[in-house]
Write a protein that binds this ligand. Structure first.
Ligand code: UT7
Length: 331
């Protein structure tokens, strides 16, 4: 059951992925890896790379599409929340840079960081602003230029990531649609297994940090996998069950796209068929904050999302951070 009287509805979606493709053959050409290893262990066939520009540039293009589809001008936006782990700069926030590039003159905004769960946590955050009655037009963006923090000499991590952006608009509705329920968690004991070692206040940039390649993603994949495969599936299944539903009531699971084997585990735990799961990891790899909104935008554009559909957004990422959100599609 929904916890809110006024509901927060997703009313538009948009996305942008850069045109340049990095396929598995590229990695075969200089790393000790194979197309077969990458496909079978992750499900990834290729990913998009932003050659010029920054996270805000992709975010703005995704946002423009979402705003156009909704019929809002940039001036209609009251709040921009930008979910990202690859901000253009440490400060100002990427939300400020997006505001300026969009020319949105009537809003405030900020960045939200929860690694691969950033967008999920952003949806819950945006919903609070809307259901409180305080804001009516929120622009939520998930955007990451993962190529800026992937170590292209580390075969364990560089094959996993791609660049992209997705955006949604969130606004109030009195209908029984929108963001209905959420189950969200963090567990800081996961920090050693997935993090960036330097660039923060703990280890500011120095010759040592650069020489040691500490400004890139560090991941102990197997450790993260073991938790992700259980916690993403369990949180999504728990959320569905506590709302009195089963897999049959769910039109789509919209999982964070980190690994096809993690997605499959969640699908099986929830008793869903392959057609009930949004998967585009083969095309884009892991775009961190952007995976879920890109899926929503692609499926909506293909006419597959219908008003009244129940969908479950779910993710697992660094922190650890994870959880699931139940949405009744509103348009
Ligand atoms: O989105 C944020 C959350 N992140 C995730 O959810 C990622 C979770 N983890 C994973 O998806 C998987 O652990 C990986 C895809 C990263 C790795 O798959 P795995 O089946 O867990 O492999 P592994 O890390 O246990 O490595 C198995 C072997 C190792 O060799 P040894 O030590 O057994 O000789 C790796 O060195 O595979 C090796 N390996 C590779 N081999 C070829 C690791 N990366 C590669 C590679 N090509 N690219």
């Amino acid at each position: 059951m929904s916890a809110y009287k006024l509901h927060a509805a997703i009313t538009s979606v948009g996305h942008y992925v850069p045109p340049d493709v990095l396929d598995n053959a590229f990695f075969e050409s200089y790393l000790d890896t194979t197309d077969e290893w990458i496909r079978s262990r992750t499900g990834i066939v290729e990913r998009r790379i932003l050659k010029q520009g920054a996270t805000s540039d992709m975010a703005v293009l995704a946002a423009k599409q979402a705003l156009e589809r909704r019929g809002w001008t940039p001036d209609d936006v009251e709040l921009i929340i930008c979910c990202t782990v690859t901000p253009d700069m440490m400060f100002p926030s990427t939300a400020c840079l997006i505001q300026e590039k969009l020319g949105a003159k009537n809003c405030w905004g900020y960045d939200l960081v929860a690694a691969c769960s950033s967008f999920l946590f952003g949806v819950e955050t945006a919903a609070q602003f809307v259901t409180s009655g305080r804001y009516k037009r929120v622009l939520l963006i998930g955007a990451d230029k993962m190529s800026s923090i992937a170590d292209y000499q580390d075969r364990n991590t560089c094959v996993l990531f791609g660049d992209g952006a997705g955006a949604i608009t969130i606004e109030p509705t009195e209908e029984e649609t929108g963001i209905l329920d959420s189950y969200l968690r963090v567990d800081g004991t996961g920090a050693p297994f997935l993090h960036m070692k330097a660039g923060g206040s703990l280890r500011p940039a120095s010759h040592e940090t650069v020489n040691n390649r500490w400004h890139f993603v560090y991941q102990e994949g197997k450790q993260v996998f073991k938790r992700a495969v259980v916690d993403m599936a369990e949180s999504a299944a728990h959320l569905v069950e506590r709302n009195g539903m089963t897999g049959k009531d769910i039109a789509f699971l919209v999982p964070h796209q980190a690994n096809l084997r993690i997605i499959d585990a969640a699908r099986e735990r929830m008793g869903l068929s392959p057609e009930q799961v949004m998967i585009n990891i083969q095309k884009y790899g892991n775009t961190t904050s952007a995976t879920i909104p890109i899926c929503l935008s692609e499926w909506w554009a293909d006419g597959k999302l219908k008003k009244g559909d129940h969908i479950v957004l779910s993710s697992f990422g660094a922190g650890y951070t994870w959880g699931a959100i139940l949405v009744k599609w509103a348009y």
